[in-house]
Design a protein around this ligand. Structure first.
Ligand SMILES: [Ca+2]
Length: 505
């Protein structure tokens, strides 16, 4: 279970939060506080680092085994958000939401095929805002959706208007797919437990090539303001990393989570539908242990590439005039609750790492336990860089929390998933999570208290003692999703995941 604090939301807190959410959508951009934060009168650069399918198994998030010294040193000069949540735990819906600043119900991107321009053609994306303010905007690797590993080396489901320049790295991990150990051969390589302890160097891997390309861009563009996105593919499956990263993680140190085998009796069918067969796609404990080690190795490899970017910023003397955001697009189950990977509304699928470092922030090196959303990145970067964001963004600037990690904050975090003919809408406060499946919870409800030792092992949705709490959270969910997306099809008896098991997620 993830660590949680003790501050519960009061009823008044819920109401304030509901009001804040509505205000953020309607507030004209002119009313937002745009602090002209520049370094010595020069615009700030932005280094925007993404990691695909990265959960919070990081040193700076307290993981006992995974060593991430480079992400940790970024955390030491920024703010680490301990309760940061994606809006949809699947690549394209999550990234689309972050990059447009809109919720998935607005973009209507719930799968890996639809492009947001078909729904909101004129939306100004985050990098577009910077381009309109004279920045050079470039992408290396996966910022918008790419099928991994299938589309590595292509533009994937990119948004061309967002960039002045695009780089699509492709390394020996693509060439050597036949060498993979695959414990779920019926699933695609992008959705299964497959891994490789690779020969060769970091620089031969796709992410090593990508880091080199991003460094070259920073070198070439250092004299003018830039927004450079560097999207790493790892630790997304297949879990490929040079062999040395596997060798430093002892297999017997990996403990598998325990969970009740009768869990399906206590939660709606939709809650566990992201892992079929349940539990663990049917793999053995030993196979899962090996797969988790590979996932950890891929994280440590990716961390080393982040280190190369940070070293370059220092070497180029850009560190004091570059804002850095490091984010993961969705969480990742590693066996807890019998689940693997993403697309659930549980904590470990919804929760993502988020670190923001801004030159001049008043409290670097702190952790914030406020419930924040990936949606908040767009208004935060506008605020930090002194730009006026477009109207209608759904998030809020995190700037107050960069200056004081405990600053007043009463916004909850929302995450939603899709089950083929209905959605699962989840609301997270600092103590509770409520999830409503289908309109008004017709397909089931869940309520979890993270201050309780049982956490997600006890569904309190039908416990009369928590009826008032549930009612408050349900009202919040209804208010935020006043017009939930509804397809014309009737709900099916068996909930479906958002994408096929053979798809490159
Ligand atoms: Ca992802």
């Amino acid at each position: 279970m993830p660590q949680t604090g003790s501050n519960g939301f009061s009823r008044r807190g819920f109401l304030r939060a509901a009001g804040a959410g509505a205000a953020a959508v309607m507030m004209p951009s002119a009313l937002r506080t745009a602090v002209a934060a520049t370094a010595n009168g020069r615009p700030l650069n932005v280094l925007f680092i993404a990691s695909d399918d990265l959960n919070c198994c990081l040193g700076c998030y307290g993981h006992p085994l995974v060593r991430t010294p480079n992400i940790d040193r970024l955390a030491a000069r920024g703010t680490t958000f301990d309760r940061s949540y994606c809006q949809f735990p699947l690549c394209s819906p999550s990234r689309t939401s972050l990059m447009t600043g809109l919720r998935p119900d607005t973009t209507q991107v719930f799968d890996l095929a639809k492009h947001f321009r078909s729904v909101v053609p004129d939306v100004v994306t985050l990098p577009q805002m910077f381009m309109r303010n004279g920045y050079f905007s470039a992408r290396v690797g996966k910022i918008y959706h790419y099928g991994v590993p299938g589309q590595i080396g292509t533009n994937g489901l990119d948004d061309a208007p967002s960039w002045n320049q695009r780089v699509n790295p492709r390394g020996r991990d693509k060439v050597e797919e036949k060498k993979l150990t695959n414990y779920t051969p019926k699933r695609g390589l992008g959705a299964g437990l497959a891994f490789l302890a690779a020969d060769g160097t970091d620089e031969e891997q796709t992410d090593g090539i990508g880091a080199g390309a991003a460094i070259k861009l920073m070198e070439d563009r250092r004299d003018k303001p830039f927004f450079i996105g560097c999207g790493f593919y790892r630790p997304h499956c297949p879990y490929v990393a040079p062999k040395k990263y596997f060798d430093r993680i002892p297999l017997d140190a990996i403990k598998l989570p325990d969970f009740p085998r009768d869990l399906p009796k206590h939660v709606p069918a939709a809650a566990l539908a992201s892992t079929r067969p349940w539990p663990w796609f049917g793999v053995s404990e030993q196979q899962l242990r090996e797969s988790i080690r590979a996932y950890y190795a891929a994280i440590e490899f990716m961390d080393a590439q982040v280190g190369r970017l940070l070293d370059a910023l220092d070497r180029l003397k850009l560190a004091d005039r570059t804002a850095i955001v490091f984010w993961g697009d969705n969480g990742y189950h590693l066996g807890e609750l019998g689940l693997l990977m993403k697309q659930s509304d549980f904590e470990n699928s919804a929760r993502v790492p988020l670190i923001v470092s801004a030159p001049g922030q008043k409290a670097p090196g702190k952790r914030s336990t406020r419930t924040v959303e990936l949606l908040d990145i767009y208004p935060t970067l506008a605020d930090v860089c002194g730009l006026t964001p477009p109207p209608g963004l759904a998030g809020a600037s995190l700037r107050p929390l960069l200056d004081d990690a405990n600053a007043a904050w009463d916004r909850p975090a929302y995450t939603q998933v899709w089950r083929g003919s209905y959605g699962g809408y989840s609301v997270r406060t600092d103590r509770w999570r409520y999830t409503m499946w289908g309109v008004d919870g017709r397909e089931g409800e869940e309520l979890y208290d993270y201050d309780s030792p049982k956490g997600e092992l006890a569904n309190l949705a039908h416990d009369p003692a928590n009826a008032a709490t549930k009612a408050d959270l349900k009202a919040l969910a209804r208010k935020n999703w006043a017009k939930p997306y509804l397809p014309k099809r009737k709900p099916s008896a068996k909930p479906a995941p958002a994408s096929r098991p053979d798809a490159d997620e």
